[in-house]
Design a protein around this ligand. Sequence first.
Ligand code: OGA
Ligand code: MN
Length: 295
Amino acid sequence: MRIEPLRAGFGATIQGIDPAREADASLRAALQDAIDRHAVLVFPGQRLDTEGQLRFSRIFGELQPTLAARRDGAAAAGPREVGSIGNVDALGRTVGAGERQRILQLSNLLWHTDEAFSVDRGRYTFLSAHVVPPEGGATQFVDMRAAFSALPVREQNRLLLLRVRHSLAQSRRLAGTPALAALEEDRFPAVWHPLVHAAADGRLALYLASYACAIEGWNDDDARREIDRLMAAATRPELVLEHRWREGDLVMWDNFCTMHRGTPFDDQHHRRQLRRTTVSESGARARRTALTAAA
Ligand code: OGA
Ligand code: MN
C-alpha cells in the first residue's frame, strides 16, 4: 500500500491496494492508521460494485441505514445501507430538479459532517463515483483539527466545554426548503454534541456543521453569530481540499475531524451518480473495542 499525502497532514491518495479483495489484519490496521492520520483517503479508479463497497466499508465497522431508508422504510430501492447521491436514482433513472431525491440532497451543498443531527452520528463515509458530469460536482473537504489549532489559545480554552445543538431542520432551512424543515423537525429531533472533541490522532477538533443551531446556555443571536464565525474560519478558501471525481474513484473520510460539501453541476444536462455508505459512530467504536480486545 502506497500513501501519497495530498497536502501536509490532510488528505492522501492510496495506491497499490484492491478494495474489492478481502483485507487481511495488517492491511486493515494500515488503512485504519491512514484514515486516523490523513482524515480523507482517495482510492482512484476502483470501480467498486455495490457488494465491493459494502464489504470495504465494513472493514471500519457496522453501517448505518441511509436517511432515505429510515424515512421512507420499505419504499426505498436497493440495500438499506447504500445511498444514491446525485441526479440518478437507484434504478438508474435521471431525477429532475424538482423531484424528491434532488430536494433532499440540496443540503449536501452546505458545509457539514454526516449525521451530526443524530445521537449515533456518521463516523466514516464512503462515496464511489459511477457517473461523473464533465464539469462541476466536485466534493470539498476541510480539516477541523487544523481549524481548531488555528484559533488563539485563549479562544480554544473558551470553546472547550461548549455543547452545540444539531438539527436536520436547520440545514433544510439554510438550503431554502422550509416546508421540508417543518416535516424534519418532528421526524428527527435535535441533539447536543460537544463543540470540541479529540480526533482519532489525539488532536482536538471542532465538530460543527450546517445542522448547528444553538449553543448551550447562549442566547440565539450570540450563538448564531459564533457558529457562523467558526464555520467561516474553518472553511476559508485556502484551507479547502477539493476532490474532482473521475469515474470509479472511491473516497472515504472521517466525519469526526472534517467537514465536506458537494459543489453544483448542470443537473439539467448532465448526470452525476455516486453511491454512499456510512459507518456509524457506534459501529466504529464497537470495532475498535473488538480490535483492542483481540490485540
Ligand atoms: C454526502 C455528501 C457531497 C457530494 O453524500 O454525504 O455530502 O459531493 N455528498 O455529493
Ligand atoms: Mn455529506
